[in-house]
Design a protein around this ligand. Structure first.
Ligand SMILES: [Zn+2]
Length: 428
């Protein structure tokens, strides 16, 4: 996936050094991680714990994918046992716990690894999910979250709520569509990649469309039209197309020619529990010959910036972190960001391949401030430059309702394909 992206960046003549540099750094880190795990294959590599006395996370690093099954009853209890199918245990693995976990051990039983947790007091398994390798981490991670709060009642599905969330997993690994509580929310998109046995209950995905600029900020200027006008028209076309399918709830960051600060756009995405955020822009260039569309995802530096915002600034992203324990918060945020970045890149790649039929492609750096809208740590996000408003062909194409619709059809097909992959991953 990442290799594919690098290839595409090069093939389309990227000049965006920042993103290329970030991708290269990640590749080097991945190679280093691969080398450090080059010993003979074992299943379980490491067990990590983090959290506090109310919510504790156990991360089991694995060299392969697995699916887990809860052995102990899905109720409050002082022991938890989970079997990980087709996973080897390299010998005696046990250790002291942290938070709600008094001690842990991993043992081999009937070709599976069994994870046993002794708890300090009755608690429940809130979620379990598998994270694939990504962004410099060359291992799979099976994550178990244990909480001393009984699971929230499964609320009726609110219209347009995203996703299927894995609440307390039952032995049959039944999936319930629940309305995520504030505690659960930040992990919802990661939970979706757990390997469930039961079919997913379909629900409408929330797509936030961000029409760039607006109001006193006109964006780039063409011969006949301003960027802010084209972005809104394109956003409206995409919204209509997505809503027609019946599969999406669409939220717009603006529906009129008004100015919406960048921070507010991110807040809108987070408040909406967005599954995907797409920001629409039109580029400007000093050379009138420059034309074509571009798709950007957040660079690694941008991700670091998001982490700083969450931890040090006035918390404008307003992310709900689970507890006062900074260490577990950092682990959660780190996992969330890696996953979000992977998924943003995945969507960017899909998007480029779908729109390449309907529009020429070209990549060029966008103003830094534009990246601010990609900063929500838990919402996969891309910024799309639909073309160059300073190029007369592109301007005509974007100003033409029919052409705009064709381009947005391509974007919508990419969104369909992206979520179709999501479901495939989830049912693997
Ligand atoms: Zn713009």
């Amino acid at each position: 996936m990442r290799t594919g992206l690098i290839t595409r960046l090069r093939a389309t003549g990227v000049r965006h050094r920042r993103i290329v540099a970030a991708v290269c750094a990640v590749s080097v880190a991945a190679v280093a991680a691969a080398a450090s795990h080059s010993q003979p294959s074992v299943g379980v590599l490491k067990v990590r714990l983090g959290g506090d006395s109310h919510q504790t996370r156990i991360v089991i690093e694995l060299d392969r994918a697995t699916r887990g099954a809860l052995i102990t009853p899905p109720t409050m209890g002082d022991k938890v046992a989970i079997a990980l199918a087709h996973v080897d245990v390299p010998g005696d693995m046990q250790g002291d716990g942290a938070g709600l976990v008094k001690s842990w051990r991993v043992e081999e039983a009937a070709g599976a690894a069994q994870v046993h947790l002794e708890l300090t007091r009755p608690a429940i398994v809130r979620r379990r999910f598998l994270l694939p390798p990504g962004d410099g981490l060359n291992v799979y991670r099976y994550v178990i979250d244990v909480s001393d709060q009984p699971a929230e009642q499964a609320a009726p599905q609110a219209p347009g709520r995203p996703a299927v969330q894995i609440a307390a997993a039952t032995p049959s690994q039944e999936l319930r569509a629940t309305q995520p509580g504030p505690q659960a929310r930040k992990l919802v998109h990661m939970a979706r990649i757990e390997a469930p046995v039961a079919p997913l209950i379909p629900s409408r995905r929330v797509v936030v469309i961000d029409a760039g600029h607006g109001g006193h900020d006109p964006g780039a200027a063409g011969q006949n039209v301003h960027e802010k006008t084209l972005t809104l028209l394109a956003a409206e076309a995409l919204k209509a197309r997505l809503e027609r399918s019946g599969h999406y709830k669409v939220v717009m960051t603006r529906t009129a020619d008004v100015y919406v600060p960048l921070e507010e756009r991110v807040r809108i995405a987070r408040r909406a529990n967005a599954d995907l955020f797409i920001s629409l822009h039109a580029d400007s260039g000093t050379e009138p010959g420059l034309k074509g569309a571009t798709v950007y995802t957040l660079s690694e530096q941008g991700t670091t910036r998001a982490a700083k915002q969450v931890f040090e600034k006035a918390n404008w992203i307003n992310m709900t972190l689970p507890g006062p324990d900074q260490q577990v918060n950092r682990i959660l945020l780190d996992l969330t960001q890696r996953e979000t970045r992977n998924r943003s890149s995945e969507f960017a790649e899909t998007l480029l391949s779908r729109i390449s039929d309907v529009t020429p492609l070209l990549r060029r750096s966008h103003r830094d401030a534009g990246f601010m809208v990609l900063l929500a740590p838990d919402v996969p996000a891309v910024l799309m430059e639909m073309g160059f408003i300073t190029n007369s062909d592109d301007e005509k194409r974007l100003a033409n309702a029919g052409q705009r619709r064709r381009l947005m059809d391509g974007v919508a097909r990419a969104i369909d394909a992206y979520f179709a992959t999501d479901i495939k991953l989830a049912s693997r």
